[in-house]
Design a protein around this ligand. Structure first.
Ligand code: NAD
Length: 355
């Protein structure tokens, strides 16, 4: 066994149907008196009884999160929270709302209570990202790690099938890269493998029947494991590629992860055989990368970067960016190898097919 360092997350996690109803108690635990609410509009409706229960303790509601957290919006939200005298922030929604909450926490120090409604996993990490002048700056800071996370599967019922599927593949990507991360450890590997298993079992059922509460619960459990895996390790080639593609070509976040993941896993298959065995075992497949590709197909997700709007002329530039400042990765990065990966992902062929 390799030597390792394990650091447990400082977040308190409450999981289960109806757990959003515990938000007032969690606010009490923080001794907060005035809560600034940040929410994804489509996720706020079902939470209105809880907000009504909080009554005057709701200092204000900010329901305009945007993808990639524009710096101006983050500053506006922080000023609003400050003007309202907020002493805590309650975030309800997907990664965009949580990202905005983190940006407010970063500069104000307000503690965060988060109720995630997608499977993106940001709620379990101390990673923040803010976009200024077209450049997304990311970093880690303990101030943005939520103090409490309330995982309530009933709030994910309204997430449409296609978003559930792509968001779930985004979560599986966190698990796959945690399994071969340079700073991985045995506990996180257990969580990551179980996360893939839970999501792969739940997602096909959700696509067929988005109101299946058991499948919703299993998927959110997998998303928690995936978010924890993401927050505890350093991501590799797959996340670097998605960071570059998302930043330079404004591709849809979760779908892009789904397209790139089988190809990034294929790139690392020989350098990380143990991780690939665990991916295959969790998917119930003979082979990890092929199993990921098949799962995405079964979920009827877009198969190619071309179908997401990526111009073929951008592949060279993307390969240059990925290899110029790489994330640590089990297989050494070569420009030609990364370009071949991107070409395969762009055209939508199965991983390992020469294009
Ligand atoms: P998102 O928050 O933009 O949500 C995607 C869509 O789902 C939106 O249209 C939203 O309105 C809708 N939605 C959310 N919850 C819903 C619900 N319950 N019912 C119906 N619709 C709902 O996107 P996302 O995929 O959740 O998050 C992506 C963002 O999160 C990216 O900017 C990414 O960089 C960031 N992220 C950050 C971290 C981190 O650790 N910092 C981790 C993962 C993702």
């Amino acid at each position: 066994m390799q030597p390792f360092i394990y650091c447990a997350s400082a977040s308190r996690v409450i999981f289960g149907s109806g757990s959003v109803g515990r938000a007032p108690d969690e606010i009490d635990r923080l001794a907060a008196k005035r809560v600034f609410v940040i929410g994804t509009p489509s996720a706020l409706g079902p939470v209105s009884p809880v907000l009504a229960q909080l009554g005057a303790r709701v200092a204000g509601i900010f329901d305009r999160p945007e993808p990639h957290v524009p710096a101006g919006l983050a500053e506006e939200a922080r000023r609003t929270a400050q003007a309202l005298g907020a002493d805590a922030c309650l975030v309800i929604g997907g990664g965009s709302a949580i990202g905005l909450g983190k940006a407010v926490a970063l500069t104000s120090g307000l503690p965060l209570i988060v109720v995630p409604t997608t499977y993106a996993g940001s709620e379990m990490t101390s990673i923040y990202g803010i976009t200024d002048g077209g450049v997304k700056r990311t970093g880690r800071d303990p101030r943005v790690l939520p103090r409490t996370v309330l995982y309530d599967p009933t709030l994910t019922m309204s997430l449409p099938s296609n978003l559930s599927a792509s968001s779930g593949m985004n979560a599986i990507a966190h698990c796959v890269e945690a399994l071969y991360a340079q700073d991985g450890n045995p506990v996180i590997s257990l969580m990551a493998e179980e996360g893939i298993r839970a999501l792969a079992q739940a997602l096909p059922g959700l696509v067929a029947c988005p109101n299946d509460e058991n499948a919703r619960t299993l998927a959110l459990y997998g998303a928690w494991l995936a978010g924890t895996s993401l927050g505890s390790t350093t991501m590799a080639l797959h996340h670097k590629a998605c960071h570059v593609l998302g930043g330079s070509f404004d591709l849809p976040h979760a779908e892009m992860h789904s397209v790139v993941l089988p190809h990034a896993a294929h790139y690392n298959r020989e350098a990380a055989p143990g991780a690939m065995n665990r991916v295959a075992r969790a998917l119930g497949s003979d082979e990890g990368p092929a199993g990921l590709f098949e799962l995405a197909q079964r979920l009827q997700l877009p198969r190619s970067l071309a179908s997401l709007g990526m111009p073929e002329s951008g592949l060279l530039n993307a390969a240059q960016q990925i290899t110029a400042a790489p994330y640590p990765n089990p297989a050494p990065l070569s420009f030609d190898g990364v370009l071949a990966l991107l070409q395969a992902a762009w055209s939508g062929v199965a991983p390992g097919t020469v294009t």
